[in-house]
Design a binder for this molecule. Sequence first.
Ligand SMILES: [Zn+2]
Length: 277
Amino acid sequence: MAIGIDLGVKTLAVMADSAKEIREVANPRHLDTALKQLRHASRTVSRRQGPDRRMGHKPSKRWEKANAARNRVHHRVANLRADALHKLTTSIAAEYGTVVVEDLNVAGMLRNRRLARRIADAGFGEIRRQLEYKTRQRHATRLVVADRWYPSSKTCSECGAVKAKLPLHVRTYICDACGLVIDRDENAALNLAALAAAAVTGTGVAGDQDTAPAASKPRGADRKTRATRPGRTARTGRAGGATLPHQWQTETRDRPQAEAFTLWRRDGPSGPQCPEC
Ligand SMILES: [Zn+2]
C-alpha cells in the first residue's frame, strides 16, 4: 500500500493511499497556543533585574526564576511538537510500503516572513527527516521524494490534465478537462500517491535512479553557487568596509539530494497530459 502526503499549514498533512482513501491530520499549532503564555512570561522576565554584561551585574534571583519559567514554556512547545510528529511519522512508516512526499524547499519557505513561524512550528523539515530514517529502518518501506517541480497541486488526479496556474488561495481544484471538483490538498495527495504506483510498477514517468541526480532539476535550482566566503576573507573584507550585505544573504541552504528518487522531470514534452487538451 502506498501513501501520498501533502503537507500544509492549515491541515498539517493530507494523506491519500492507493485505494484513494483520504486521511487528514490537523495542525496542532502548539506555538500559537503557547504564544500568549510566552508573552506573559517574557513580560515578567523583563520586569526583573536581568544580567548586564557590560556593567557586570548578575541577574537577580527573581529574574532567574522568571526566565526559567519562560524557558519551560519553550521546552513544552518543543516537546509537544516532537511528540506529535514522531507519532505521525511512526504510524506512516509502519502502515505503508511506499511513502511519497513532496520535495519542499523548507529553507526557502522559512525565508518568507509571513509563513516562517507557521512552517517552523508545523515542522515540515522534521517530518521529512523522520520519514527518511524511519522508512530506512524498516526495510519493507521506502520513501519516494517527488521532484521539487512536480506539479502535484496543478495536476488533475482524475485525468492528468495540468493547469498552468493555481493560486494558493484557490482551495478547490476544478478540472477544466474532466470537470472534477476536489479539495486542493486532497488532489495533491492523490497525485503523490499515484506517483508511488508508477514507481512500483516501473511505469514511472521519468528518472531512473542513476540518471536522476545529474539530469533532474532542470532549472538548476539546486546548483546555485554558494556565495558565502570563508570566514577570514569575509572578515578582512569587512574591515576594509567593502563587504556587500548581499553576500551574506545569498547562501543557499539546499543540500544536494543524493538519495532523492526523482520520478518526474520537467524537460520532456511536459509530463502527463490530458487526452482532451
Ligand atoms: Zn481532470
